[in-house]
Write a new protein. Structure first.
Length: 354
């Protein structure tokens, strides 16, 4: 029969492993940040970035007696704020669910009966934090903060949520030069329509401001899902009358030439979800902030149930995201939406029929 777990020892374990546990979300977030060029911040409280907007067009000829028209305000300001919101991850555990079979030899090395610890002391703590961090990764673009939500999708506001809010407010709009209608990708059924999908991607990139398409002040980076990449590769293959599919490198090379964007980079990741959403921006334009100091103990263990075999793991942290700047010289998006992928953990989603 499984042994009872000494909760006091598990509580001691949270202190022993606290520093490593707090670092684990950063490690997990760093993996996706490296691929997508995101900035990761360890932040307590609010941080505001002030984007200066210069007005030009005031240069004019001068002649004696001419009435000179002056610029009324040469500098304007658009703030971009990020403030981690509290999130929790809670699990109810029962020691009877875990078989405490004693390992006598691990990797060929005998286990000391004197200093060995119960496997749950470290393994559940790390598993909980890693699952929590994966929940965050697959929602960093899609989540929408909802204080009543009981899922990762309502824990904080993701990048797409911020972008949608700016589209709704008019800060991102066609007349602002940072919004383009492209239509959906990956739905074409004829060769002609498939080529048109590739051309739609070219048109989207080439419609960006020349400053955004150049390498001046940063690398132009296209964020898109595999949906778009597969559709564009298929369209390019047919356009080139090629039997073999062009590689992603071939696709990028052709887009650079056809869209006059010589330094273009394409970045994709499962966190972007599936769908036809496009974001062209200067690389490094997105921040994700986390706060593992939201509670004095990042991960706590409580024996709050009547059954002595049951205990609660409580993890508290904070997250938020930010688009640093949405000016048409550094940012462009389209009208499409993406759907989040539920890839966190090792179990199939509850709605799966598999």
């Amino acid at each position: 029969m499984p042994k009872l777990v000494d909760v006091s020892k598990l509580q001691d374990g949270t202190v022993i492993y606290d520093k490593a546990l707090r670092a684990l979300p950063f490690v997990v977030l760093s993996e996706v940040a490296s691929i997508l060029g995101l900035n990761v911040m360890d932040l307590q409280g609010k941080h505001a970035l002030i984007n200066e907007r210069r007005k030009a067009g005031g240069t004019q000829s001068y002649a004696v007696g001419k009435e000179i028209e002056a610029i009324t305000q040469v500098l304007g300001y658009d703030p971009s704020v990020i403030e981690p919101k509290d999130v929790v991850c809670v699990t109810k555990e029962n020691s009877q669910k875990y078989d405490d079979n004693e390992l006598l030899v691990v990797g060929g090395k005998p286990v000391s009966n004197i200093d060995k610890r119960h496997p749950l002391e470290q393994r559940i703590l790390i598993a909980l934090v890693r699952s929590h961090a994966e929940d965050i990764v697959y929602q960093i673009f899609h989540a929408e903060r909802d204080d009543e939500s009981k899922s990762p999708s309502g824990a904080f506001n993701g990048f797409y949520t911020h972008i949608d809010a700016m589209i709704a407010s008019g800060a991102i709009a066609a007349n602002k030069g940072n919004y383009v209608i492209t239509g959906e990708f990956g739905k074409a059924t004829t060769d002609e329509a498939k080529i048109a999908e590739y051309e739609a991607l070219v048109k989207f990139i080439s419609s960006a401001n020349p400053h955004l398409r150049s390498s001046k002040s940063g690398i132009p980076q296209l964020l898109c899902s595999e949906t778009v990449i597969k559709a564009a590769r298929e369209g390019l293959r047919i356009k080139l009358k090629s039997f073999a599919y062009p590689s992603v490198e071939d696709l990028v090379a052709n887009l650079r030439e056809d869209a006059f964007c010589p330094a273009l980079e394409i970045a994709t990741h499962e966190a972007l979800g599936t769908g036809s959403r496009l974001v062209l921006q200067k690389k490094g334009n997105m921040d994700i902030a986390f706060n593992t100091q939201a509670a004095s103990k990042f991960c706590q263990i409580r024996d709050i149930y009547e059954d002595p075999n049951e205990w609660q793991f409580w993890l508290q942290s904070g997250y938020d995201t930010r688009v640093r700047d949405w000016h048409y010289k550094v940012f462009l998006t389209n009208e499409q939406k993406n759907t989040a992928l539920d890839l966190a953990g090792d179990y199939l989603p509850a709605a799966s029929n598999s």
